[in-house]
Design a binder for this molecule. Structure first.
Ligand code: B3K
Ligand code: ZN
Length: 872
């Protein structure tokens, strides 16, 4: 496999001004005719040949300027691409190819799902549809004609606006779509089949009337309301916050159950995993409702950050993804509780991105090289990328950021650009030099921020010293300091917030201020500090770093007194983590675990104040996760971590039982089902209480909740607790759930996941049995993830069982899946790559399984890249 390097970028030799595509749809053999209006790129050499990507295409005919090209003019390469030399500066190329959608199990290019046709082109799927310079810096205007059987394929959709439809004879019909906006090939989409629309309208603020349609399979129409509502709110928000309006007459969304990721932002025709569209009270959890809102918004926001302004090459992926995640995070924060949203996002970043940054696939937000670009749709490019945009936002402020966005879209509209174009716009709009922020884009690894301080009563000066250091990552042994904005404040000994005045300032400032650490180490001197204060650092998680050096006493103090909800939550979490890591060490030495009474006290205090903000209380009551704890250890011990967490949950449950039970009872649902922040927060808090009570031995409570639940959140919370227990109630609940939901794929995924994540000693046998269950389907990505991914990533103590059977199961599954869908296989293999963080006995077993995968003949590029890098 070839390594592609960022430094090797060369502009395309030919541009494609317009494309006419003609699809004759047939599941077994579809004919694709393409007519490309080519123009030599002024930036390329005058005699450079035309390079067309292609992958698995059967060429029927190629004509250049109306003349059939003889075979000797067509130079095919081993990867399926085609080079043609001797073109004039302006030329028209017409090709006819055949493809077979129904045997396309990779779900990239044109494929079928349940008899309907769908495409997925990002990043390199368009080359599986027709010969084309399949790279984002070639932007063209598309006209698409689709012909298909009228009875079986009544709905024919593509990008842009509809432009006529009609009969095509012999029971077939035809539709034409014109997209007036130039776009790269990765944004092309076609959806066709027996679908029904849920429709609405939206009028943009300049008066454009837009038809909104969500296309689903018959029977799913009544589960689209939330998606539609989220779409309209997203459209309004982007107008209000960024002045960005929708730019076509229709906005179509199509939902499909076989899909490699969450959703795809194709121009005017978003394609969604059903998971992020369909929801009802009975079938969707609160997490599902929130997921739909976020993903709908994310894909909609791409219309500007991604589609109108796109990426020059795939190394710039975070230009659209980091920025669009930042935008969807802000949207969701505005729709609900900003503090809780931030807490959840940071939780997610630490659960996925921090470990990635500390593992074999660590890469900068803007990678330097890749073998398979699909492997770089990562938490680093997405979530860390969003954090870097947030750093810039923090550094220059909201007003300058908005001006920067205006400048960015105005300057780069209809162009394929780079991260420099974004940073430059922000710099020009703010007048602040942002060049140091490139360090965040180009350097991998999570910086460690250490704080120390001293107070001098004589001068009433408080000196805060911040230091940074980034551990080495593969290929980047030496790191440089990066600019770290540290939002902070000082609290007096009584917990009251203090105004702050830095040496050299005239007046003290109340509230939060932001210090900027630019070098390796810097001291900040605060004047007129009456008594030794407690600093509150990294408010709102103002930078994606690991903060070190805050004592336990201060953590306890901050958890109670800080004005910033993020720091209050964070301090409680870090306090608990530090106690738990000590317990893990005790467990490893075979010593008794003990109990820190302060934890029970904190739980009691949180419960007492929970009425004010139940969603925040639920976050504050959640113990650090097993993955978070493992990530804090040089060498993880998943089994000990699990034991400690279970022990602590049971202890807290026992000690706080009356208060937990009182909260649980008080939060019982009385009115109608609602999905606003308060209702969701109440359910979250109630189910957190249920988890403690169940851990403390109150088994019947979970069973009772499962039996009477009227919504999926409560049902699933109870079921997942029961799944961890032994006995008849567990088996009965799982069987009841399966019987009730066997016809609903999205809910059945949950049934698989719950069992895959149950930390029982027979977990591996159970997972193997589920793998052969009649409802299991390796070809469906949601289902594969719900079992294999849930087990390997969501059940660490069993996955890391010392027998090595968990590793063997994962490798077996990856080897079976790779020839079917290499992209999903490469994703699922990830957990085996973390062998360096495990004790030698486990590491050896993990490496053996990685090697077994690597030795498999005909491995996909993506799986090869992941496995070979993990073994380096
Ligand atoms: N841009 C797509 C992701 C495509 C993944 C290709 N392997 C969805 C999104 O980020 O919005
Ligand atoms: Zn995206």
């Amino acid at each position: 496999p070839v390594t592609i390097r960022r430094s090797d970028y060369a502009p395309p030799t030919f541009l494609v001004d317009t494309v006419e595509l003609d699809f004759d749809l047939d599941a077994a053999s579809t004919t694709v005719r393409a007519k490309l209006a080519l123009r030599r790129n002024p930036a390329a050499a005058a005699d450079a040949p035309l390079h067309l990507d292609g992958d698995g295409l059967t060429l029927v005919q190629a004509k250049l300027d109306g003349v059939v090209l003889p075979p000797e003019r067509l130079a095919f390469a081993g990867d399926g691409s085609l080079t043609i030399a001797g073109l004039l500066d302006v030329a028209v190329l017409e090709t006819v190819v055949r493809i077979a959608p129904e045997t396309n199990t990779s779900l990239s290019g044109l494929y079928t799902s349940g008899g309907n046709f769908y495409t997925q082109c990002e990043a390199e799927g368009f080359r599986r549809i027709t010969f084309f310079p399949d790279r984002p810096d070639v932007m063209s205007r598309y006209t698409v004609t689709i012909t298909a059987d009228r009875a079986r394929v009544p709905v024919l959709l593509s990008n842009g606006n509809p432009d006529g439809a009609g009969d095509a004879g012999e029971g077939r019909h035809r539709a034409r779509w014109v997209d007036p906006h130039p776009k790269p090939s990765y944004l092309f989409a076609l959806v066709a089949g027996d679908l029904v629309a849920v429709s609405d309208r939206f009028t943009t603020r300049s008066g454009r009337d837009v038809a909104l349609n969500i296309w689903v399979r018959r029977g799913d129409e009544d589960r689209c309301g939330h998606a539609m509502d989220s779409l309209k709110r997203s459209m309004t928000w982007d107008e209000d916050i960024y002045g960005l309006e929708y730019d076509l007459d229709v906005f179509n969304i199509a939902a499909v159950s076989d899909f490699n990721m969450g959703a795809m932002e194709n121009k005017g025709l978003n394609v969604f995993n059903t998971k992020y569209v369909l929801a009802s009270q009975e079938s969707a959890t609160d997490g599902d409702w929130q997921g739909i809102e976020t993903v709908i918004a994310h894909e909609y926001f791409h219309n500007w950050t991604g589609n109108r302004v796109t990426c020059r090459d795939w190394f710039q992926l975070s230009l659209k993804e980091g920025l669009t995640v930042f935008r969807d995070q802000e949207f969701s924060a505005d729709m609900g509780s900003r503090a809780v949203k931030r807490i959840r996002d940071v939780r997610g970043l630490r659960a996925a991105q921090f470990p990635e940054d500390a593992g074999p696939m660590a890469h900068p937000v803007r990678p330097d090289s890749y073998i398979e670009i699909d492997n770089f749709y990562t938490p680093t490019v997405y979530q860390k990328g969003a954090e870097v945009v947030r750093l810039i936002h923090t550094r220059i402020g909201a007003t300058a950021f908005r001006r920067g966005m205006d400048l960015y879209t105005a300057r780069n509209d209809n162009q394929a650009v780079t991260i420099e174009d974004f940073v430059t716009a922000m710099q020009d709009a703010s007048g602040i030099d942002l060049s140091a922020f490139y360090g965040w884009y180009d350097q991998a690894g999570t910086p460690e921020l250490t704080a120390s301080d001293s107070y001098d009563p004589a001068t009433r000066r408080f000196t805060l010293t911040l230091r940074q250091q980034t551990p080495p990552t593969p290929g980047q042994p030496d790191k440089h300091p990066v600019p770290i904005p540290v939002a902070m404040g000082l609290l007096g000994p009584d917990g009251a917030p203090q105004a702050t005045r830095l040496a050299g300032e005239n007046a003290a400032q109340p509230g939060t201020r932001t210090l900027l650490l630019e070098g390796t180490e810097q001291s900040f001197v605060f004047e007129d500090v009456p008594a030794p204060p407690v600093p509150s650092l990294l408010r709102g998680f103002s930078a994606p770093v690991r903060l070190r050096g805050v004592t336990r006493d201060r953590l306890r103090f901050l958890a109670v007194h800080d004005t910033d909800p993020f720091v209050r939550w964070e301090s409680g979490l870090q306090y608990a983590a530090s106690v738990m890591l000590e317990m893990v060490a005790a467990q490893q030495r075979g010593e008794p675990l003990g109990f820190d009474a302060a934890l029970a006290e904190a739980v009691a205090n949180t419960l007492a104040a929970a009425g004010d903000d139940p969603a925040f209380a639920a976050e504050a009551l959640s113990l650090p996760g097993e993955g978070f704890l493992a990530d804090q250890m040089e060498i993880a011990d998943p089994v000990a971590i699990h034991a400690v967490r279970q022990h602590l949950r049971a202890e807290i449950g026992r000690r706080c039982r009356p208060a937990l039970r009182a909260t649980y009872d008080a939060l019982a649902e009385t009115g109608p089902y609602r999905i606003d922040g308060t209702a969701i927060g109440r359910r979250a808090l109630r189910n957190t209480c249920l988890a403690y009570l169940t851990a403390a031995g109150d088994g019947p409570l979970a069973k009772a909740q499962f039996d009477t639940a009227t919504n999926m959140t409560d049902s699933l919370a109870a079921l997942s607790l029961l799944a961890d227990t032994d006995g008849a109630a567990r088996d009965k609940a799982l069987a009841t759930f399966h019987a009730r939901w066997r016809g609903d794929d999205l809910v059945l995924d949950k049934w698989f996941s719950i069992q895959a994540m149950a930390a029982r000693p027979d977990a591996i046998a159970a997972v193997r049995a589920l793998y052969t269950h009649p409802d299991f389907d390796l070809r469906n990505p949601n289902r594969a993830r719900s079992l294999i991914g849930a087990f390997a990533s969501g059940n660490p103590s069993q996955f890391h069982d010392l027998s090595g059977e968990g590793y063997r199961f994962l490798a077996d599954a990856v080897i079976a899946l790779d020839p079917i869908n290499g992209s999903i296989a490469a994703r699922l293999v990830g957990p085996l790559g973390q062998w360096r963080r495990q004790a030698a006995a486990r590491g050896t077993l993990m490496r053996r399984e990685l090697q077994r995968v690597l030795d498999t003949p005909n491995l996909s590029k993506g799986t090869f890249e992941k496995v070979s890098k993990a073994l380096l």
